[in-house]
Design a protein around this ligand. Structure first.
Ligand SMILES: Nc1ncnc2c1ncn2[C@@H]1O[C@H](COP(=O)(O)OP(=O)(O)O)[C@@H](O)[C@H]1O
Ligand SMILES: [Mg+2]
Length: 510
């Protein structure tokens, strides 16, 4: 949707940033180049009177963003997880953005559900409460199912939210394009990438079927994790704008007094939060990436319940192995090995100096591992590590930043539960198990098994291939074949190595 309304929206944005004093803060934090400062002023200053005043009790950036509405709040929240884009200071300020908005009327929620599921509400729910929580994109109601009377949680999108986001995102794209046009040095901030990332993330959240699918996948992965639970999805009562989950009783993770009153062991919960997060990230490569206290509950039986599957993270198997090895290297203080892993994985360009890199890695590891165990932070270790690897030419990877950011949040939750939590006793067993199962001989055998399975798919073609090879060729073709065959000893050698290492691995396991 192009058009003058985008420009109008930009002007109001700039006006609001001027009026609230947020403009200076943002330009400073982004270290914005001169051309950009001038443009922002030209767009903002004369239109200050058109800007929203917002709540004067809030700090400038939070105030401006909250005044501008849901899409800005969401953009701010997403940027708070991307210090690589906005810098550490601004990320910290944006993190305090509360995703709380006044709820919309229950009648509107009911109308949304009936329109989306195409059934009268009374035919599916015997009870339907007023909202229990409301955020920028959706709100949650408690309901009872007709029939068995089971309690469920019903999440409903805000009416018109998809349109509102579409409109604002178009304005964001325009803004990003203007910034890129105005200043070549501002391209370093990659404004178009930022908005594209935002667009992609939000599109997923605007379709609750995506979240329902995430809940389903996460529940399947974690079904056998003792002491951890994910509510089941009622697929027949879920659609684009509605998601119905089993209602989870229990106390909020933020409510320490209630946790104590219910007699739960906070130290145990604290370690389990860390262990579960690591297990999901390492074992499944699929983790809850928004694990703040508001999205966690403690069930009456002491299980940790995860809620809100709007932001999930994925790590492929290769990345998980590389990072397990890196972590292992840090724990053993083998910085040279940590450096080598980066080079082997191609994360750091081959022309960099490995010794200098190893030295920089030591500067990351030593201060952290020298700390008292109750203060060690893996999230911080990763943050420092990424700073160094970036300096040595490694590309920023969104999924790793997400992992690191969530790690910090999870550690925060764990330390709130138990300030004396020792990260190593919580994390150690999970990391060790992963390494044992994925970096040792067992992993080698499994890899070989996978390779053989792939090869075996060519099985039906093998007899024919052998026959072709053995059939006496005519002399002209023979010459070509002879030359080709010259390369074959290497093939046999390669096959030999594969088989030999397989046998060696088997011997070690047995
Ligand atoms: N299945 C559920 N059982 C019980 N309470 C729930 C359930 N799902 C959500 N809630 C409540 O609603 C609140 C908001 O839900 P959440 O999915 O986190 O929405 P948002 O994406 O808006 O943060 C939660 O913090 C929790 O208190
Ligand atoms: Mg939530």
């Amino acid at each position: 949707m192009r058009g003058p309304h985008n420009l109008w929206r930009l002007i109001r944005t700039a006006g609001t940033f001027e009026k609230t004093g947020a403009m200076d803060v943002v330009l400073d934090q982004l270290n914005a180049p001169r051309e950009l400062r001038i443009a922002a002023r030209v767009l903002g200053w004369p239109f200050k009177w058109l800007g929203f005043a917002g709540d004067p009790a809030l700090p400038p950036v939070t105030r401006a963003i909250t005044a501008l509405g849901p899409s800005y709040i969401k953009l701010g929240q997403i940027l708070s997880t991307r210090p690589d884009f906005v810098g550490d200071e601004l990320a910290l300020q944006l993190r305090v953005l509360q995703d709380k908005l006044p709820p919309f009327p229950t009648d509107q929620a009911k109308a949304m559900i009936e329109a989306d599921l195409e059934v009268p509400l009374s035919s599916i729910f015997s009870e339907f409460s007023d909202p229990v929580a409301a955020a920028s994109i959706a709100q949650v109601h408690q309901a009872r199912l007709v029939g068995d009377g089971r309690k469920v949680a019903v999440k409903v999108l805000r009416p018109g939210i998809a349109r509102a986001f579409r409109r604002d995102i178009d304005a964001f794209y325009l803004g990003a394009r203007v910034i890129e046009m105005l200043s070549s040095s501002a391209r370093r901030l990659r404004p178009m990438d930022v908005i594209a990332h935002f667009d992609e993330t939000v599109q997923q959240e605007l379709d609750l079927r995506t979240e329902a699918a995430a809940a389903g996948e996460f529940a399947a992965n974690t079904a056998r994790d003792e002491g951890f639970r994910v509510p089941g999805v009622e697929w027949s009562l879920s659609g684009r704008a509605v998601m119905t989950l089993d209602w989870e009783e229990g106390v909020q993770m933020a409510d320490l007094a209630a946790i104590d009153a219910a007699g739960h062991d906070r130290a145990a919960l604290s370690e389990r939060v860390i262990a579960m997060f690591l297990r999901h990230a390492l074992r499944d490569g699929y983790f809850h990436a928004d694990m703040h206290q508001g999205n966690l509950k403690v069930a009456p039986n002491g299980d940790i319940v995860a809620l809100d599957f709007g932001i999930m993270g994925r790590l492929d198997e290769y990345t998980r192995r590389v990072y397990a090895e890196i972590l292992m290297g840090f724990i053993r203080k083998d910085y040279r090995r940590v450096a080598e892993v980066h080079f082997e994985a191609g994360y750091v360009p081959a022309d960099r100096d490995i010794d200098l890199f190893a030295q920089a890695l030591r500067s990351v590891g030593e201060p952290i591992f020298g700390m008292d165990a109750s203060r060690i932070s893996m999230g911080r270790l990763l943050a420092y590590l990424f700073e160094v690897t970036e300096r040595f030419g490694m590309e920023t990877r969104t999924e790793l930043i997400l992992l690191q950011r969530t790690m910090v949040v999870v550690e925060g939750v764990a330390r709130t539960l138990n300030p004396h939590m020792n990260l190593w006793t919580a994390a150690g067993p999970e990391v060790e198990r992963y390494i044992r199962e994925n970096l040792g001989p067992r992993a080698l055998v499994r890899d070989l098994g996978k390779t053989l399975r792939v090869l075996s798919r060519f099985g039906p073609h093998l007899p024919r291939a052998v026959e072709d090879a053995l059939r006496r060729p005519d002399p002209k073709v023979a010459e070509v074949a002879r030359r080709r065959a010259a390369g074959r000893p290497w093939l046999w050698f390669g096959a030999g190595v594969v088989v030999a290492s397989g046998v060696a691995a088997l011997l070690q396991v047995l």
